[in-house]
Design a protein around this ligand. Structure first.
Ligand code: ATP
Ligand code: MG
Length: 431
């Protein structure tokens, strides 16, 4: 009986897996360039970690978490995002006491949200993200945004829209919340049930509502910019000025509030529209937080982070054909001609692999046509051909599959020959 995938999940296969690998490798390299180190946390965490950090009023905690009791009756949740686990780890391991500040880490791995599956929206998806913890300077905020921007540029995106907003400090938000309650209080009877709940728990969340009638009401709501303290205003302007200084274009979007409860000050999203006009939603998003580390029992350290969705990035890159060179490639395809040659071919393949060459070998007695087809499918640069004549002379026929040139090489000289050929090739690549 064939078993299907759980709804909202997907396999990543062959060329697609190679593309993921490429995207992830690039993210890691850029993070490394900016001084971030990897941190890996478990996929399962205590449920309380997310209710305390992501927040009770967020959609994630209210309806998207995979939560279950384990056999020891503990409430466990599959992480819906990775920031909370990273903060827990920083607190548990007291990194703030042993590392210089800011603590700069990156992460990569699957996240789980019980959402309605649609284009660019899965129930298991992969996030790459960074966190920089322990410095209050807006330069730290700007650094994370610039790192994200640089990574997208290096992936091949021509134009990126950076939407940015500030949620102010605690004092700004307190004043803004009062203004929002007053305004939405007058319209609540026309608004969706979710907004009724948001009105009680966190009226800022209403700005994020996707119901068309509510969006109209939200449009006329008070703006955060009118409630910012001077310090909050200054900090935001500093981030914007820094971005402008480095030629990073942004759009201030006052309706941007983000789906997680822990943000304050600057929040942002990266968007991209494909040539056909399709947007998969935000490619990545993040912001500054002040109370997250202390909420989890650590000292009062501010931080800033961002997370990219690998599936969405792959989706739009693939759509606009911005991904190149992801086909399978091997250096050698070893071809036994006749049953007698099977073992020698196998031995030669092992030797090539031992010397660091990507090598595939045929296990069956096949005709030339099939063997060359397979070599082509494998993206091989050279064919190593071994038949009876070759075996008797302890040599192989080595054929360059691009130029069709062929030479014979003694078994004993094959690795040296390979080193020579590939040294020349590396040389060409560099010019
Ligand atoms: P959205 O508004 O699209 O639901 P979000 O605000 O919930 O996004 P974040 O929690 O900020 O998203 O997650 C960071 C990134 O992870 C998003 O920008 C997106 O690229 C990706 N992401 C979030 N949820 C999903 C999902 N269900 N499937 C695929 N990618 C996702
Ligand atoms: Mg979401």
């Amino acid at each position: 009986m064939e078993i299907n995938l759980p709804k909202g999940t997907h396999d990543v296969i062959l060329d697609e897996a190679r593309a993921y690998e490429k995207i992830e490798t690039l993210f890691k390299a850029v993070a490394d360039l900016y001084g971030f180190s990897e941190l890996r946390t478990p996929i399962i965490e205590a449920t309380e970690l997310f209710t305390r950090s992501v927040g009770d009023s967020s959609d994630i905690v209210r309806k998207e978490m995979y939560t279950f009791k384990d056999k020891g009756d503990r409430s466990i949740t599959l992480r819906p995002e990775l920031t909370a686990g990273v903060m827990r780890s920083i607190v548990n391991n007291k990194l703030f006491a042993t590392q210089d500040l800011p603590i700069k880490v990156y992460y990569l791995g699957p996240a789980f949200r019980y959402e309605r599956p649609q284009l660019g929206r899965y129930r298991q998806f992969n996030q790459f993200g960074v966190e920089s913890v322990g410095i209050t300077s807006p330069l730290s905020d700007a650094e994370v945004i610039m790192m994200g921007y640089a990574a997208l540029k290096m992936l091949g995106f021509g134009h990126i829209t950076l939407k940015i907003n500030t949620l102010g400090d605690d004092e700004s938000r307190k004043a803004y919340r009062v203004a929002l309650k007053e305004y939405f209080g007058k319209h609540l009877d026309k608004m969706c049930p979710d907004c009724h709940e948001r009105y009680e728990s966190n009226p800022l969340r209403i700005l994020d509502c996707k119901v068309p009638e509510d969006i109209e009401i939200v449009k006329k709501a008070p703006k955060i910019s009118d409630y910012l303290t001077e310090a909050a205003q200054e900090s935001f302007e500093f981030v914007l000025a820094t971005l402008a200084n480095f030629d990073i274009k942004y759009e201030v979007d006052e309706s941007l509030v983000r789906g997680l409860d822990y943000y304050s000050h600057v929040v942002f999203e990266f968007h991209y529209t494909t040539e056909a006009g399709v947007s998969l939603g935000a490619l990545g998003a993040g912001g500054h937080y002040d109370n997250l580390v202390s909420e989890l029992g650590g000292p009062a350290l501010s931080g800033v982070g961002l997370a990219f969705g690998i599936e969405r990035i792959y989706g739009v890159l693939e759509n606009d054909k911005l991904l190149q060179d992801v086909k399978e490639e091997t250096d050698f395809y070893v071809m036994p001609l006749g049953d007698n040659a099977l073992l020698d071919a196998y031995m030669i393949a092992q030797a090539l692999r031992g010397a660091g060459y990507r090598t595939e070998v045929c296990f069956e007695n096949k005709g030339f046509k099939t063997l060359f087809k397979r070599a082509e499918h494998k993206g091989s640069k050279y064919a190593v051909i071994i038949g009876d004549t070759e075996m008797q002379a302890e040599q192989v026929t080595l054929k360059n599959l691009k130029t069709q040139e062929q030479i014979t090489v003694k078994y004993a000289d094959l690795i040296d020959k390979a080193d020579q050929l590939f040294a020349v090739e590396d040389d060409h690549d560099h010019h």
